[in-house]
Every structure is written in C-alpha cells, then in structure tokens.
Write a new protein. Structure first.
Length: 174
C-alpha cells in the first residue's frame, strides 16, 4: 500500500511529456499549462500531494454513562394495563452534593409518564421513546450532616389509564 502511494505521488510530481505550447489556444480545448523549463537545479515542488500516515482507527462505541443499574423484582403475573418498570439506570450509586445525576428508566411501552421523587422533591423524567425515559440534572446542595447516608429515590410509572407502579432505588449521598 505504501509502495503504491509512493508511486502515485512520484507520478503526480514528475513532469509528463507534453506538446510544445504555442500560446495560441486550440478552439474547444481546455487551456494547457506551459511546460516546465529545464534548469541546472532540480525543481522542487512547492506544494502537492504528500504521503501521510493513515489516521488511527477510532472506536465507534461510546462509554456507558450509567454505572449503576437497579433491576426490581418483577411480579409473576401482571394485570393488563399495569405499567411496569424493568430497570433504573443511574450514573452512580454514590451521588455527590451539587453533582450530576443521569437517569434512564426502562419501562413497558404503555407507560406515559415517569416521575422521580425523594421526600417532597419530585421531577418528571422525559420520555425519549415508548419505554425509554431519560433525564440529566444536577443534585441540590446537600447538608454536610447528610453525607454518607443511604436514601431511596422513588420512580413512579403511570400508564394510560392512570394506573401506577413504584420502584424504590437505594443510593448513597456523598
């Protein structure tokens, strides 16, 4: 491959034999450059194709931002119209005060709304596609006294009929 590239570069740089230009254009012909005059010093091209190494292959996979996956116990029999939460993904089980929180909730396709709630704080997790709800946010400032405690974030899925199901996900506040 490198030999072929070097050959093609040499062909592109080397002057090719051409008829003597008279300075009078031939009707219907594209303008031709004047031939290079021979000189005592070899001609060095000012610009032109140069051999360069091929770029290194890059990975097409993106890292998974969800390091913590919580899979709730699924009931043996689900009544028709009951929404289900199959898994909740977070960026970490250890969440930092004023730090980011990435949320992904996988649900049954009939779920129309997902809310995350802790105490009196609640927020809607937007639907990306049926069964896929995702959000990116920032945690509020958490008092130093709460550092290191385990809390639960409730994820509430609502179906089209208003039926709800709740999954409690344990996390640690740091």
């Amino acid at each position: 491959m490198i030999v072929l590239a070097a050959f093609l570069i040499a062909q592109a740089v080397a002057p090719s034999p051409s008829p003597v230009a008279t300075g009078v254009p031939t009707p219907g012909a594209a303008p031709q450059p004047l031939p290079i005059q021979a000189s005592a010093t070899p001609a060095v091209p000012q610009s032109g194709p140069t051999a360069s190494p091929l770029p290194a292959p890059t990975s097409t996979t993106t890292p998974n931002p969800y390091a913590y996956r919580f899979v709730p116990h699924q009931p043996d029999h689900v009544a028709p119209g009951t929404p289900q939460i199959f898994a909740v993904y977070l960026n970490s089980k250890d969440l930092h005060s004023l730090g980011p929180i990435l949320i992904k909730v996988s649900t049954s396709p009939d779920v129309v709304k997902v809310v995350s709630q802790n105490g009196s704080s609640a927020g809607v997790v937007p639907m990306i596609s049926p069964g896929d709800f995702e959000a990116t946010s920032k945690l509020p400032k958490i008092p130093f006294i709460a550092s290191g405690i385990e809390i639960y974030i409730d994820f509430i899925a609502t179906g089209p009929t208003g039926a709800k199901t709740t999954v409690r996900v344990p996390v640690k506040i740091i």
